[in-house]
Design a protein around this ligand. Structure first.
Ligand SMILES: Cc1cc2nc3c(=O)[nH]c(=O)nc-3n(C[C@H](O)[C@H](O)[C@H](O)COP(=O)(O)OP(=O)(O)OC[C@H]3O[C@@H](n4cnc5c(N)ncnc54)[C@H](O)[C@@H]3O)c2cc1C
Length: 449
């Protein structure tokens, strides 16, 4: 199966998207400045401009959130979703400053605290409260212990509501929006956002569900870890992906098991064209039900995403992989792919687990190591070993890296995937050993950290 189409993104693509974003966000402000509808004073003008940019940033929020491949590919979905979150905070700050600056410019606090103000000012206030709640819930979802599925339901209601309210408020209150050109821009922006939102949250999931993948095998791999193999719909091919990428899966299993969309790495290699697999560890309430999945169950699959693949840097011949626990999955997909395509590059794999029985793919790794493609050296590191364990103990650290990779780390590329604490510790050890940032690539199994 071909994988080349995926790697062909030039850095220019990302730069063009960023420029386009800035341009679209700034267009209404630039046009309004030329039209110069109001000339109160500089503070007032600033407050107006903050609202014009803030509204456009809110509209643009739908684009990074919609998993559009042409937006995701140059950056990776993790970066795109972090951008989405940070721009939500940015829009909130602009829109909170908007009434403050208008009031300062007018020399009156009526807009802020007046009771007898027109209905559209009350609507503006309500919009700000909803936006504040939406941003706070999204930023502190984990610390507030708000379940992901609940948060997503709330986010899906609040976000379009905020857009529509902000539209109505600005359309009725904003003097600039008496201009037909700006009215057209405003209406087109809202329409684009609503159409994209409906496509992302309703239409695409329905399309994916109408052509489901079939579970063809559920294999227990280690304690609380299962590999689920999925075959594509009859007559269709598996969507192209790179080893190391991930996809979203929604399992439809009946038997009153929950239906939720989750993201998992594709642990199979793209050279395997018959099926895709994900290897899933029970880490929470949903993943604890994975063992109840049965052959014949169906699933909607949406992929593939991510930039954690050595194929984005094919010229690098010396790779060091560091996996912690279930973080082995993207690295395993890459190793399997190298094995299938007879790629003899050098790979040292440090695989950290607490206990020996948590090691996933142990036999397969050992077979690939002895067969020679890639030229693989596997170093298991166990932090709480039994007495019989003769391998490395403790954590992946400077000393073990030096022992198995040598003193000269220049020219090596490092791929780290595992718990956040492990990634930080290993990355900082590597930097202390003179490895440049750009040689260290990490995959975090959460978009929220
Ligand atoms: C790029 C990427 C690749 C991953 N690959 C693997 C893999 O190969 N194998 C594996 O076992 N795990 C993988 N994960 C982690 C996996 O997605 C989570 O373990 C799983 O979603 C947790 O679900 P839960 O409901 O059982 O756990 P919970 O304890 O309910 O959730 C734990 C956390 O997971 C996140 N989460 C939960 N539900 C969702 C959702 N529907 N969408 C987005 N985030 C959610 C939230 O941050 C939540 O706080 C990956 C994660 C990412 C980001």
């Amino acid at each position: 199966m071909g994988v080349s189409a995926h790697t062909g993104t030039s850095p220019m693509g990302g730069a063009v998207l960023i420029l386009l974003y800035i341009l679209i966000a700034a267009v209404p402000m630039i046009v309004a400045s030329f039209l110069a509808v109001t000339h109160e004073n500089a503070v007032y003008e600033l407050g107006r401009n903050f609202a014009l940019i803030g509204f456009m940033v809110l509209i643009l929020q739908v684009f990074p959130a919609s998993r559009l491949k042409w937006i995701e590919r140059p950056f990776g979905l993790d970066i795109v979703l972090r951008f989405h979150r940070n721009m939500g905070i940015f829009a909130l700050l602009l829109l909170l400053a908007h009434p403050l600056l208008l009031s300062a410019g007018l020399g009156s606090a009526g807009l802020l605290i007046g009771i007898k103000v027109p209905w559209y000012i009350w609507l503006g206030r309500l919009t700000l409260v909803l936006l504040l709640a939406n941003v706070l819930l999204s930023t502190y979802q984990t610390s507030l212990k708000f379940r992901f599925e609940k948060w997503r339901a709330v986010h899906d209601i609040l976000s379009p509501l905020i857009l529509v309210f902000a539209f109505v408020h600005s359309f009725t209150a904003g003097q600039d929006l008496r201009n037909p050109f700006l009215q057209g821009v405003w209406a087109a922006a809202l329409l684009a956002a609503v159409v994209l939102f409906v496509y992302h949250r309703i239409v695409r999931p329905m399309i994916l569900k109408s052509h489901p993948y079939r579970v063809i095998e559920v294999r227990p791999e280690a304690s609380d870890v299962w590999t689920i193999k999925l075959a594509p719909p009859e007559g269709r091919k598996i969507e192209e992906y790179l080893p190391g990428q991930f996809h979203f899966i929604t399992f439809y299993r009946d038997r009153s098991l929950p239906v939720e969309e989750h993201h998992w790495t594709i642990s199979s290699p793209p050279s395997q064209g018959e099926y895709v697999s994900s290897t899933i560890k029970a880490l929470g309430d949903f993943t604890s039900t994975m063992g109840e999945t049965k052959t014949g169950d169906v699933a909607a699959v949406h992929g593939a995403f991510g930039r954690f693949s050595y194929l984005f840097h094919p010229e690098e011949r010396d790779l060091v992989f560091v996996a912690g626990g279930i973080g082995i999955t993207p690295l395993m997909s890459m190793i399997r792919y190298m094995h299938d395509v007879r790629d003899a590059r050098n790979v040292v794999l440090f695989y950290g687990n607490q206990k020996e029985d948590q090691i996933v793919f142990r036999d397969e790794l050992s077979n690939i190591e002895s067969e020679g493609y890639p030229s693989l050296k596997v170093v298991h590191v166990i932090s709480s070993p039994e007495k019989e364990w003769t391998g490395e103990t403790g954590y992946v650290d400077r000393e073990k890296i030096r022992k198995h990779c040598g003193d000269n780390l220049q020219g090596k590329a490092f791929y780290l995937c595992g718990p956040a604490g492990m990634l930080e510790a290993v990355a900082s050890a590597l930097k202390g050993m003179g490895v440049a940032d750009r040689q260290i690539r990490t995959e975090i199994f959460s978009f929220l950290d």
